[in-house]
Design a protein around this ligand. Structure first.
Ligand code: KIV
Length: 276
């Protein structure tokens, strides 16, 4: 079993740091994590922001959509990640129906995520319809990251995971939403699966950074779901996904080798046991 090693404290990335990164043209790196061990590796690799995404609903819990995950479950994942992150900024998704009903309800959810789970900021999906909630949360001193374009919590409204805002009307609405949520106090905005030209225009129009996923190279930063970029999932291959490892294959080989060694009595060997 591994134990946590004390290490030198390095300077924490803050919401202010990421806004300054846009100012001096430094790209922002963000990856998802849902547990302590993964957060620790990502943090030590120097990734700026760890997102405790509600994609936990898919990759950790095996649900088809992000809708079923609860606030309590997201808080559990967030607390685990916070314990593993010494330097990265930890942003936690507020899950479906934890902020859409009332502005006060949204603030209560955000407050619990900060106070009980230890998040450094929260992320909410949506534009003009949630401006009141964003303002209320920000006014209470809680930093908010926005999320526009393909917003998976609305999948049953869209009916598809295809690229969003390909027509002029939706593109103009997205631009207007981006400006409104910036004005409401968002310190950054995720742009998911929209045309790169639109992402470039939004990035130029905003003073706060944009972080893209399937939104092209002109965003101020990029985010990927860690399980996808590590190649843990063979079935998900959107065009925007670059796989940096093939852990599905590597892990399968390791498990098969272990099984074979156990079956043949080759594990443990003499050096792997206690004689006295
Ligand atoms: O839940 C998540 O992982 C996300 C990213 C895809 C941005 O929101």
């Amino acid at each position: 079993m591994s134990t946590r090693q004390p290490s030198e404290k390095s300077t924490r990335i803050t919401t202010r740091t990421v806004v300054e990164m846009k100012g001096h043209g430094e790209k922002i790196s963000m990856l998802t994590a849902y547990d302590y061990t993964m957060a620790r590796i990502i943090d030590q690799a120097g990734i700026d922001i760890i997102l405790v995404g509600d994609s936990a609903s898919n990759v950790m819990a095996g649900h088809e959509t992000t809708l079923p995950i609860t606030l309590e479950q997201m808080m559990y994942h967030t607390a685990c990640v916070v314990r593993g992150a010494e330097r990265s900024l930890v942003v936690a998704d507020l899950p479906f129906m934890s902020y859409q009903v009332t502005d006060t309800g949204a603030l209560e959810s955000a407050g619990r995520m900060m106070k009980e789970a230890g998040a450094h900021a929260v992320k909410l999906e949506g534009g003009h319809t949630i401006v009141g909630s964003i303002r209320k949360i920000v006014d209470a001193g809680i930093p908010v990251m926005g999320h526009l374009g393909l917003t998976p919590q609305s999948i049953f409204k869209f009916g598809t995971y295809k690229v969003r805002a390909t027509d002029d009307e939706e593109a103009e609405q997205l631009m207007d939403d981006a400006l409104q949520i910036q004005e409401a106090g968002c310190f950054a905005v995720v742009l998911e699966k929209i045309p790169s030209g639109l992402a470039e225009r939004v990035t130029a129009a905003l003073s706060v950074p944009t972080i893209g996923i399937g939104a092209g190279d002109r965003c101020d930063g990029q985010v990927l779901v860690t399980h996808d970029m590590l190649g843990l999932n063979k079935d998900f291959s959107p065009r925007f996904l670059r796989r940096y490892a093939d852990l599905f294959t590597d892990m399968t080989k390791a498990f098969q080798q272990y099984r074979s060694d156990v079956k043949k009595g080759l594990f443990p060997d003499r050096n792997e046991q206690y004689d006295k």
